[in-house]
Structures are given as structure tokens and as C-alpha cells.
Design a protein around this ligand. Structure first.
Ligand code: SF4
Ligand code: FES
Length: 246
């Protein structure tokens, strides 16, 4: 059994079930003893196990890999499994669901649906214009290790949705693609196996809903748990598609 750190934490958690017409959004307080190494995820599990079995929140990996546990912790979008309670000096911690996404219930939001829509919009797969079928007997194309590293770096996104929840433009304009979509585009722009031209990407995001709508508020870069270089990539895409279209 874990020892207590001596602190009693108070969690103020938004409770709301949009599926139930009787449910009204309200903040409910739960208290528990802090233990060493306690993460927000561990605290939520304890609350669900011992106090409130109906509490909804998401998790899969508990290791900052799956991206499912993102929520707004003390006003900032973060991963619950990677956030330790000891980082908060004050023992009162507020937990809210991320804005921008469809609310499933309490702290659980439908990032999967938003990510699927984004993936369909920017077609997040390698487009090989030489053929519209996949030859599974063909040998894998060789790639310079530096380029493979560059693509790997851009592919580290865990689709947690934090960059969208932290984005002022996205909060104002629902149709704004947002940083996660731009990062995917940057990844396919860098990939020589994708035969889409800069013009194709211009048609896709050379407007206010795309890269030219970004107001450089930097929320994506400040909060992305994978520390992806969002502003650099947005500038890269702008340069690529503008120079290509002259
Ligand atoms: S870009 Fe970063 S913040 Fe946005 S979804 Fe991917 S990992 Fe999350
Ligand atoms: S549970 Fe997978 S990232 Fe937190």
C-alpha cells in the first residue's frame, strides 16, 4: 500500500452527460489523499473506484503514447497520465473536458471523430499517382536516413487533440484545420513517395481555413506534449505552397 504525502487534494470536476436530457453541467468536488508519484490519471481512477463509478474519462496506454487522456487541468490542456499532482502547489485541482471536441460525458471527448474528419480532409496517406493499386511484391523504396528521420520526427503526433484545444483560432472558427492537420501535411510534403504537388496542397489549405488562417498565437507549440515544431512547419508549408503557385 502506498503512503500518503500528507496532502488532501480536492478535485473539482465537470460532470455532464449530454446523452441524458435531465443532466445539467455542474462542478462536483472529490477529495482524496495524495500518494507519491500520483498522476491525474491515477487520482481519477481512485475517484472512480472508491467514490464515483459513473465518472467518465479516457485512457489506454497510461504512458503518453495513445493520446486519449487529454483534458483541461487547471485551465491548461494536458495529458492526465503524464501530469503529476505534485506539480501543483495548491491542493485544489480543476478538471474540465477539452473544448472544440464533441463531449461524450464528463471529461471524455470524441477526439477520434475529429481526427478522422481531419485525416479525410487532408488525405493522410501516401498518394502514388503512378498507380491506383498497391503492388505488394514491389520492394520498399530506399530513402536517405536523414529524410527518414525528418519524416519520423513529423510523424510523432499522438493525435491527442491538445493543439486544437489550445488554439484560439480553432476556438473561434470551427472550420479551421489546426496544427495537427498542418503537421500531417508537412509530413506528406516531405515524403518523396507522395506524388501530390504543392498545387494540390495549396488547393487543400491555401486559405483562411488552412495555413493562412493561423494567427501565430502559439498555443499548439506551447502545449503539444510531443513538443512538435508547429510554427516552423506552418511557415514551411506556407513557403512551399506559395512559391510553387508563384
Ligand atoms: S500535434 Fe501535438 S498536440 Fe496536436 S494532436 Fe499531435 S501530439 Fe497532440
Ligand atoms: S493514457 Fe495514453 S496518452 Fe495518456
Amino acid at each position: 500500500m502506498q503512503h500518503s504525502t500528507g496532502r488532501i487534494l480536492t478535485f473539482e470536476i465537470l460532470r455532464f452527460n449530454p446523452q441524458n436530457p435531465q443532466s445539467k453541467p455542474k462542478v462536483v468536488c472529490y477529495q482524496l489523499e495524495e500518494t507519491p508519484g500520483m498522476s491525474i490519471f491515477i487520482a481519477l481512477n481512485e475517484i472512480r473506484e472508491k467514490q464515483e463509478p459513473s465518472l467518465q474519462f479516457d485512457f489506454v496506454c497510461r504512458a503518453g503514447i495513445c493520446g486519449s487522456c487529454a483534458m483541461v487541468i487547471n485551465g491548461k490542456p494536458m495529458l492526465a497520465c503524464r501530469t503529476q499532482t505534485k506539480t501543483f502547489e495548491h491542493p485544489k485541482i480543476t478538471l474540465m473536458p477539452m473544448p472544440v471536441f464533441e463531449l461524450i460525458g464528463d471529461l471524455s471527448v470524441n477526439t477520434g471523430k475529429a481526427m478522422r474528419e481531419m485525416a479525410e480532409k487532408v488525405e493522410t496517406w501516401v498518394h502514388d499517382k503512378r498507380q491506383d493499386w498497391v503492388d505488394i511484391t514491389r520492394l520498399e523504396e530506399k530513402m536517405e536516413p536523414e529524410l527518414a528521420d525528418q519524416i519520423y520526427e513529423l510523424d510523432r503526433c499522438i493525435e491527442c487533440g491538445i493543439c486544437l484545444a489550445a488554439c484560439g483560432t480553432k476556438r473561434m472558427r470551427e472550420d479551421f484545420l489546426g496544427a495537427v492537420g498542418f503537421m500531417k501535411v508537412a509530413r506528406f510534403l516531405a515524403d518523396p513517395r507522395d506524388h501530390r504537388e504543392e498545387d494540390d496542397f495549396y488547393d487543400l489549405l491555401g486559405n483562411d481555413k488552412g495555413v493562412f488562417g493561423c494567427m501565430s498565437l502559439m498555443g499548439c507549440e506551447d502545449f503539444c506534449p510531443k513538443e512538435l515544431p508547429h510554427q516552423q512547419q506552418i511557415a514551411y508549408i506556407r513557403r512551399k505552397i506559395l512559391f510553387a503557385t508563384g
